[in-house]
Design a protein around this ligand. Sequence first.
Ligand SMILES: Cc1cc2nc3c(=O)[nH]c(=O)nc-3n(C[C@H](O)[C@H](O)[C@H](O)COP(=O)(O)OP(=O)(O)OC[C@H]3O[C@@H](n4cnc5c(N)ncnc54)[C@H](O)[C@@H]3O)c2cc1C
Length: 385
Amino acid sequence: MKNKVVVVGGGMVGAAMALKLAKQGAQVTVLERHLIDAQEVLANAQIDIRVSAINRFSESLLDELGAMPLLRDSRIAPYHQLEAYEQPNNTLLFDREEVSQTHLGHLIENKLIQASLWAQFTEHSIEVEQVKSAPVALEQNIDSITLHYEDKAYQADLIIAADGGRSQIRQLAGIGVTGWQYQQACMGILIKLDAPQQYKTWQQFKPSGPIAFLPMQAPYANLIWYQDGAKLASLQSFSNEQLKEQILEHFFELPGDFTVEQKALFPLARQHANQYSQGRLVLVGDAAHTINPLAGQGVNLGFKDVAALAECLEPLEDMGSTQALKAYERKRRGDNLAMMSMMDACYFGFSNEVAPLKLLRNGVLKIADQAGPLKRKVLEHAMGW
Ligand SMILES: Cc1cc2nc3c(=O)[nH]c(=O)nc-3n(C[C@H](O)[C@H](O)[C@H](O)COP(=O)(O)OP(=O)(O)OC[C@H]3O[C@@H](n4cnc5c(N)ncnc54)[C@H](O)[C@@H]3O)c2cc1C
């Protein structure tokens, strides 16, 4: 008999998880708050302000799941270089040539990634149901798990919580988190550029917070501006023309004139679930861990969860096996924690004007740029290899 799996949350990670397990023979139902019409989203010219830097590991997963060909036919922007610096004379530049690759990754709108995965659901007999209310109870016994809503219940061999950082399923199960809210928030700004296609994504560290340039398919790009939350909130009330003036004062390296199209504010939190599974319930993606988006790794970690969980469940007759779910946690917890800690080292290391630290970090960037094999290792890690 087929394993019954319920995935709660059909975002990028939940949708990939659903497909991966359906391909492994499970009968999958996705419960999602906001339904989408995948074909309509893929055909829509409206640009999503939320974009993700998708590394090579995630690209191969999206390829395997049939999503990548749709994305290549839609809007996608490969990047060839990745640059980080505090002062322009001390840059750390990663280049595709150092790893003999055509590209280091792609910048892709989140809604396109989600839609390219949803577009595969019918072929794999994945059912999608909309849930409008919060779940009220989670009931487990030795060979099944049931998620209850006011008006309906879903019984399964395995329930996967992929319902994001504020996971109701995680809360319902009483799984706690450790973490904190960062003092900084970030603003995403979609701009329309008067410049040819750009292939370098860069980030400049400033004591008030980093700024980053993410080139999307021309003529668009995304600017990410990290700062004290109150300052950003005041910027949000600016008109697009006023915001452009502010951008020109802070972002020196933009490749051409531009217009501001959209802006959105995101709070920044670090959060790690105290356990990734409980009986026949398991957490993936942001439901298990949210990370400072400094190096654009959140969904890439989520896709690694998907691959690891699927691998642990692959040979099993019972996908709700507690041992397999614990094995998944052992595979992923360390990696997720290491990436979170690295982001925190960058966040705290660069968010100050302490003179010796400033000297040290610029020295580190300079040395890192010339570090040969070590630099290559860091680059491979960023690419998800
Ligand atoms: C500014 C910013 C920039 C980022 N840049 C990058 C980047 O460049 N690269 C990268 O890898 N990561 C990036 N990230 C992180 C990335 O966006 C997240 O890690 C990713 O969205 C997590 O995906 P998810 O599917 O786990 O969760 P989500 O994207 O939060 O999706 C959760 C889904 O569950 C649904 N849902 C929620 N609650 C329920 C419920 N109770 N019942 C049913 N459905 C529910 C939601 O509607 C949604 O569809 C960035 C994050 C931010 C804030």
